[in-house]
Design a protein around this ligand. Structure first.
Ligand SMILES: [Ca+2]
Ligand SMILES: [Ca+2]
Length: 226
C-alpha cells in the first residue's frame, strides 16, 4: 500500500464519498490541500480521527474563498467590481464550521467544498445560501440580515436610505406569507424566479451577482429576475 492508501481506512473513504459529491481521488486531493495549510497540525494518518481544527485565518486564505473572482478568472456578471476580497468568505466559513466561528475540521472543510462544487444540487446550495445570509442564525432572513448582506456586498457604498429601500423591495417581492421576513421557502421561491441567481451567487467568487441586482434595484431600475 502506498502513502495515499493509509491516510484513511477504506470505510472512511466510503463514508466521505457518501457524504460529499466527490470521488475518492478528489477527497484525497482536498485532504492534501487541507493539510498543506498547516502540515505541522494535520497528521498524514486520519484512521484514528484526530481531533484537528484549522483556524479560520488559514481557511480564509484559500483562493476559492479569498478573491472575487480568483486570479486568472474573470467574472462576467460583475465586470465593474472585480479582483477584491470576497466579502463573504468569513461568513461562508462560519456557516460550514461546526464551531460556528470559521475554524474547520477536515469534515467541515470537505462539506464546504462539496456544497460549493458544481455537483451539489440546487436545493442544497439554496439551503446554505440562506444560512449564509441569516447572520443572526434565527432561521429567517429579516431586514437586519439583508442590511448586513447589502452593506457587505456594496462595501457601504449605499446611503442608509438606499439600503432601506432595497431591503424593503427585496422583502416586498419575496415575502410570500407577508410576515415581513424571508423564510427558507420564500427564499427558494425567489431563487426559482431567478434561474442564474443561485449558481452564480453561491459560488464565492461570483457572490457579487447579488450586488449587481441590488444595485440596480437601488437605482430604481426594475430588475425582473429578483
Ligand atoms: Ca435572521
Ligand atoms: Ca415570509
Amino acid at each position: 500500500m502506498g502513502n495515499k492508501q493509509t491516510i484513511f481506512t477504506p470505510l472512511q473513504l466510503d463514508a466521505y464519498q457518501d457524504c460529499t459529491f466527490f470521488t475518492r481521488k478528489e477527497i484525497l486531493r482536498l485532504f492534501h490541500r487541507y493539510r498543506d495549510l498547516a502540515p505541522q497540525l494535520v497528521p498524514l494518518d486520519y484512521t484514528n480521527k484526530p481531533d484537528v481544527k484549522l483556524p479560520y485565518e488559514l481557511i480564509g486564505s484559500m483562493p476559492e474563498l479569498k478573491a472575487c473572482p480568483p486570479s486568472g478568472r474573470t467574472c462576467h456578471e460583475c465586470p465593474s467590481i472585480i479582483n477584491h476580497d470576497n466579502p463573504f468568505r468569513q461568513r461562508i466559513a462560519e456557516v460550514f464550521s461546526e464551531d460556528g466561528e470559521g475554524n474547520m475540521t477536515l469534515d467541515d472543510f470537505l462539506d464546504m467544498f462539496s456544497v460549493l462544487s458544481e455537483m451539489a444540487p440546487r436545493d442544497l446550495k439554496a439551503y446554505y445560501a440562506f444560512k449564509i445570509y441569516d447572520f443572526n442564525n434565527d432561521g429567517y432572513i429579516c431586514t437586519s440580515d439583508l442590511e448586513k448582506t447589502l452593506n457587505k456586498l456594496t462595501r457601504n457604498e449605499l446611503t442608509e436610505e438606499e439600503v432601506r429601500m432595497v431591503c424593503e423591495k427585496v422583502i416586498d417581492e419575496a415575502d410570500l406569507d407577508n410576515d415581513g421576513r424571508l423564510s427558507l421557502e420564500d427564499f427558494q421561491h425567489m431563487i426559482i424566479r431567478a434561474p442564474d441567481f443561485l449558481r452564480l451567487e453561491l459560488h464565492p467568487q461570483c457572490v457579487l451577482r447579488l450586488t449587481e441586482v441590488l444595485h440596480q434595484t437601488a437605482q430604481g431600475v426594475v430588475y425582473r429576475t429578483l
